[in-house]
Design a protein around this ligand. Structure first.
Ligand code: ZN
Length: 315
C-alpha cells in the first residue's frame, strides 16, 4: 500500500495497492497526474522491490488523482473502455470545452459558477503542475478491461456512477475488494451529471453499490481514506445517503426552478452553498443535476424547457 499526498482540494491522499503473486505484480491505480506525484509512485514501488515497467496497472477510473503513472510513464495499464476516451482531458482539454458550454447554457448555469472548470480547458498552466491547454501524449499503453473479466484471479467489476467506466477489483481468496472511489470510509463519493457521462449517474451509483453487496467481502481497500472492515454496513450507509439526498432534493421541488437555485437550498455536508469554494459549487451543481435526473427517471420530478433552458419541478 502506498499513500500519495494530493495537491488538490478534496481527499488528502490517493492510495495505490500493489498485489504480487510471486510471478506478476498488479498495481491498482496510478496516483495523481503531476510528474512529481508520478515519481513518488515510481520510487515508492521501487522501495518495495517493484518496477513500474514490469507491473500491470489496473486503473479504477480516469480522474486526475488515479491515472498519473499511465499518463507519464511507458507502463501497461488497463481501464474500462468507457473511461479511455476521457484521457483526452489531459492531452486535449479544449476538446471538452464545447460540450461544457452547451451544458451550462442548457441548464441555465451562470459562467461564473463553472470558472474553475473552464480555467482547466484554457489555462496554459494550471496550479499543481497539471499542464493544460498544452497537448501531451499518454505515454502508457492503455488496454480495455470489461466487466466480468479475470486477470490472474482478480475479478473485474464494472461499477459506474462516479464515472461511467469506474471499476472495482475483487480478490476472491482474500475476500478483498479494491473499491476505487465507489466506497470510501468517511466521505460520500461525488456523483455528478457531466457531458459525456451516463444520463443517470445516481441510479448507476446505487446499482453499483448493490452489486458489491452480492460479493463476499471481508475488507474494502478504497482509493482514499481508510481501509474498511465493516463493508456491508458501509455500503448500506452509502445507499442510505444517496436515497436520503434524493428525498431531500425532491422535497425542495415546487414550481419550476433552475438547477443552481435548487442546489443552493441543499444542506451540503461541506457547508452552505454560498460558502462553498468555486470547485465546491461546481460539484454541488452537477451533483444536484444528477439527483434531479434520477428523480425525473423515477417519475418523481418534471424537466421542462422554456426558452432553451431546462427547469425542474415537482410532478
Ligand atoms: Zn479519487
Amino acid at each position: 500500500m502506498l499513500r500519495i499526498k494530493l495537491p488538490i482540494e478534496g481527499p488528502e491522499f490517493s492510495t495505490i495497492y500493489a498485489l504480487d503473486n510471486g510471478k506478476e505484480t498488479y498495481v491498482v491505480d496510478g496516483g495523481y497526474i503531476s510528474e512529481r506525484s508520478v515519481n513518488e509512485v515510481k520510487s515508492g514501488l521501487e522501495g518495495m522491490g517493484i518496477s513500474i515497467s514490469d507491473s500491470k496497472f489496473l486503473l479504477t477510473h480516469h480522474h486526475i488523482d488515479h491515472v498519473g503513472v499511465a499518463i507519464w510513464k511507458k507502463v501497461n495499464a488497463w481501464m474500462h473502455p468507457l473511461e479511455i476516451p476521457f484521457l483526452k482531458l489531459y492531452t486535449d482539454p479544449l476538446y471538452f470545452a464545447r460540450p461544457y458550454m452547451e451544458w451550462t447554457r442548457k441548464y441555465g448555469i451562470d459562467m461564473e459558477f463553472i470558472r474553475p472548470l473552464t480555467s482547466l480547458f484554457t489555462a496554459k498552466k494550471a496550479p499543481n503542475s497539471y499542464s493544460t491547454g498544452i497537448k501531451i501524449e499518454v505515454k502508457g499503453k492503455i488496454m480495455p478491461l470489461e466487466d466480468g473479466e479475470k486477470m490472474n484471479g482478480i475479478k473485474i467489476i464494472h461499477t459506474p456512477g462516479h464515472s461511467p467506466g469506474h471499476l472495482c477489483f475483487y480478490l476472491p481468496e482474500a475476500k478483498a475488494m479494491f473499491s476505487g472511489d465507489l466506497v470510501l470510509s468517511v466521505t460520500t463519493t461525488h456523483v455528478g451529471y457531466y457531458p459525456g457521462y451516463s444520463t443517470d449517474p445516481v441510479g448507476d451509483q446505487i446499482k453499483s453499490l448493490e452489486k458489491l453487496l452480492s460479493y463476499e467481502i471481508d475488507t474494502i481497500y478504497p482509493a482514499h481514506e481508510d481501509i474498511i472492515k465493516k463493508p456491508r454496513e458501509r455500503i448500506h450507509e452509502l445507499i442510505g445517503h444517496y436515497e436520503g439526498r434524493m428525498e431531500e432534493i425532491r422535497s425542495l421541488l415546487d414550481k419550476p426552478a433552475k438547477v443552481v437555485d435548487i442546489a443552493s437550498k441543499v444542506a451540503w455536508t461541506t457547508g452552505n452553498f454560498e460558502k462553498l469554494s468555486g470547485w465546491g459549487k461546481v460539484l454541488a451543481i452537477s451533483e444536484t443535476l444528477a439527483f434531479l435526473k434520477r428523480l425525473v427517471f423515477a417519475g418523481k420530478a418534471k424537466e421542462v424547457e422554456t426558452d432553451g433552458v431546462h427547469y425542474f419541478s415537482s410532478v
